[in-house]
Design a protein around this ligand. Structure first.
Ligand SMILES: *[C@@H]1O[C@H](CO)[C@@H](O)[C@H](O)[C@H]1NC(C)=O
Ligand SMILES: *[C@@H]1O[C@H](CO)[C@@H](O)[C@H](O)[C@H]1NC(C)=O
Ligand SMILES: *[C@@H]1O[C@H](CO)[C@@H](O)[C@H](O)[C@H]1NC(C)=O
Ligand SMILES: *[C@@H]1O[C@H](CO)[C@@H](O)[C@H](O)[C@H]1NC(C)=O
Length: 414
């Protein structure tokens, strides 16, 4: 019996080898150099990349677009689907953005409406963000001059992004929107700690996204899960410097989709402005975020290791009492809003979170007075002040918290 199983598995792997090589025959690799791309760090290769993409996309089988060694300057491009087969975007070299800040554009490199995509390789996307960081005012005002995200996935289904590095994005490094079944594995995102809005991986309006075994060191959130994020798993991510792993910001616009089914596990967060965070604007229109678990997290010197902030406002243009927002359907008008956040947070778990805080208040649960947080659970929390084992403190408002296991800092008075 054992022998025949062994034979069977040999036979199967042989068969798989043969069938893959016949499907992925040599003629189904589209090398951008064969379409006129010149890796001299000067020529604009957008047209060559787009032509290679169309050829691969139109082929009646699974194909590869190959970016070989060398530095290829590429202006903003959209790799448009749907395609006939699965496309592997193999990056061995460096894809480099123009130095122009490209203010107002949505993306540098985008994949749009592609079903079946693999973006992989040891290569690098260099966003050349420095000029954009000087010109953007998105930290100061809501209606800001935003530069483009580096790599955008718009309405992409069944995609894997693995091995690649994103460096110095002008805005977000990776930006996933309207997508389903997307996995990031072994990716790297790097930008200086003071670079504005350089979130590592941002997800919005997407279902079933996995982010795993990745290293993110940047100037804003390592991972940010915006409105409409559903069934998201973040595991074994090293984060820092940056602003931590965040849900939100939520409640910035009317009609936002709810957030639910978020698990962040086995992550290490070092030297960040926040650790694990949920942030909602105040005031804000109603929506919900529920079924969220942060578990097995190590904090090294994080500033706000555990934080729910329902009075989030990073700009000068709002105060605790009032704020202008733009409805999705009429983005040209501003509505003056007063009051609290109406984003209802419920079923939020923080389990086994240990390490050190750079601030005395290690747990901050600032929930909305209008819709207090429901079913918050803190189980086995041990966060010391700096590394000196000094005691930390908690601060809570409008939070219904269920404590179990070790609690350092000690719980809020109930
Ligand atoms: C996330 O993890 C949970 C439990 O580990 C699993 O049941 C679920 O299928 C995972 N979701 C995705 C999108 O992989
Ligand atoms: C998390 O880490 C622990 C200990 O290293 C390991 O046993 C567990 O399988 C890991 N879980 C995940 C989801 O990576
Ligand atoms: C909490 O963490 C400190 C520092 O790592 C450690 O010395 C202490 O034993 C821990 N306490 C518990 C109850 O785990
Ligand atoms: C609090 O947590 C304990 C242990 O997990 C659980 O048995 C209990 O039902 C929880 N209580 C509430 C009100 O959620």
């Amino acid at each position: 019996m054992a022998l025949s199983l062994l034979y069977l598995s040999h036979y199967l792997s042989l068969f798989m080898l043969v069938s893959t090589s016949s499907v992925l025959g040599q003629d189904c690799v589209f090398n951008v150099k064969d379409y006129g791309a010149i890796p001299d760090g000067e020529a604009d290769n957008s047209k060559a990349f787009l032509t290679a993409w169309s050829a691969a996309c139109q082929a009646k089988q699974d194909c590869t677009v190959l970016i070989p060694d060398g530095t290829f300057i590429v202006n903003p491009v959209v790799f448009q689907g749907p395609c006939n087969g699965q496309i592997t975007f193999q990056i061995d070299g460096v894809v480099m953005a123009p130095t122009d800040p490209c203010i107002g554009l949505e993306n540098w490199v985008a994949f749009d409406h592609v079903n079946g995509l693999i973006v992989q390789g040891q290569g690098l996307f260099d966003g050349q963000g420095a000029s954009a960081w000087e010109q953007t005012n998105c930290k100061k005002t809501l209606d800001c001059n935003a530069p483009p995200s580096s790599i955008r996935f718009n309405f992409v289904t069944t995609a894997t992004i693995q091995g690649i590095t994103s460096l110095n994005s002008k805005f977000f490094h990776f930006d996933v929107f309207g997508s389903d079944d997307v996995t990031f594995a072994n990716v790297k995102a790097t930008a200086p700690a003071d670079s504005p809005n350089t979130d590592g991986i941002h997800v919005g309006n997407s279902n079933r996204v996995t982010i795993t075994d990745s290293n993110i060191a940047t100037g804003d959130d390592c991972v940010s899960l915006g409105p409409g994020s559903k069934n998201i798993n973040v595991t074994r991510v090293n984060c820092g410097p940056g602003h931590g792993i965040s849900i939100g910001s939520l409640g910035r616009q009317q009609g936002e989709e709810d957030v639910r089914g978020i698990t962040v596990r086995n992550c290490t967060i070092s030297n960040t402005e926040n650790g694990v965070r949920i942030k909602t604007w105040a005031p804000s229109p109603p929506s919900t975020a529920s079924d969220v678990t942060f578990q097995d997290i190590i904090m090294n010197n994080a500033d706000n290791p555990i934080i729910i902030d329902q009075k989030y406002c990073p700009h000068d243009s709002c105060s605790d009492q009032a704020f202008y927002y733009r409805p999705l359907i009429f983005p040209y008008i501003y509505i003056y809003m007063q009051g609290n956040s109406l984003v209802q947070l419920s079923d939020i778990k923080f389990i086994n979170i240990q390490g050190s805080s750079s601030a005395k208040t290690a747990v901050k649960l600032q929930c909305s007075e209008s819709v207090p947080c429901q079913d918050i659970e803190l189980d086995t929390i041990n966060i010391t002040y700096h590394s000196d084992n000094e005691e930390t403190a908690s601060s809570c408002s409008n939070a219904n918290v269920n404590y179990s296991g070790t609690q350092n800092p000690p719980p809020c008075p109930q």
